[in-house]
Design a protein around this ligand. Sequence first.
Ligand code: ADP
Length: 272
Amino acid sequence: MNIVSKHPVAVHDLSWKYGERIILRNINLKIERGRFYGIIGPNGSGKTTLLRNISKSLVPAAKAVYIDDLDAAGLSSRDIAKKLAVVPQSTNVEFDFTVTDIVLMGRNPYIRRFGSESRADMEIAEKAMKATNTWHLKDKCISEISGGERQRVIIARALAQDTAVMLLDEPVSQLDIHHQIEIMELICSLTRGRALTAVSVMHDLNLAAQYSDFLILISEGIIVCQGTPQQVITKENLKNVYHLDSFIVNNPVTGKPYIMHVEKLKKHVVYK
Ligand code: ADP
């Protein structure tokens, strides 16, 4: 019997240093299946470092990161790639590949060395392209399509990986608002429909609050607060972490907190 763990990702007392500099301190997380988690916090607070520890692109200490209840330290990168797909921050994908080539790369963890993709792999790639509205681009060269389309292709590649968890690093920060909402709704619909679990670093606090089931607020390598958007997006937290005075209302459509107006707490610097 295939036992499905309640927490596809769990982090226990994870700390991380670059040289002597402590970047993450005693991080504890239990990620629930089929939910969308937004990781927020100022630049340099350790958000990407946390994602990279979970995906094992940085190697965490033993017993610090668990994927499906298994210690990540003991899993090979191929094992991890069957469980977690990563949508990285920059999408510098190779120039000469077609969209189909890129999406098929998501099947690599399942293809034997020197083997080629099967008909089933092609079908999975097709399904991923249809779900991300990129099927019509399948024969285009990746360099010929727009930034929004390219981001959807990278998400299609992650979907083709057929994992239970997707980790995303600022997936929409380079896109216009139309494409931001399109991508956020796509990821959210996947978490609802496929019991996919998404953990995404988010730059825009309002988008994060609107789409996340849970938020994780990080500052200086520490989790300052985690919980529902209502629990995390508070005047006090924004003041403590971002040093901003904010005015928070309830979005009348979503019921989620919406930051209306922010002002730096320090005196304005007059630029002469
Ligand atoms: P965030 O994603 O919250 O902006 P990061 O996790 O990227 O933060 O970075 C946290 C801190 O770690 C930053 O101060 C950054 O300069 C530092 N850092 C990131 N990558 C490296 C690296 N490869 N070597 C040394 N320091 C790094």
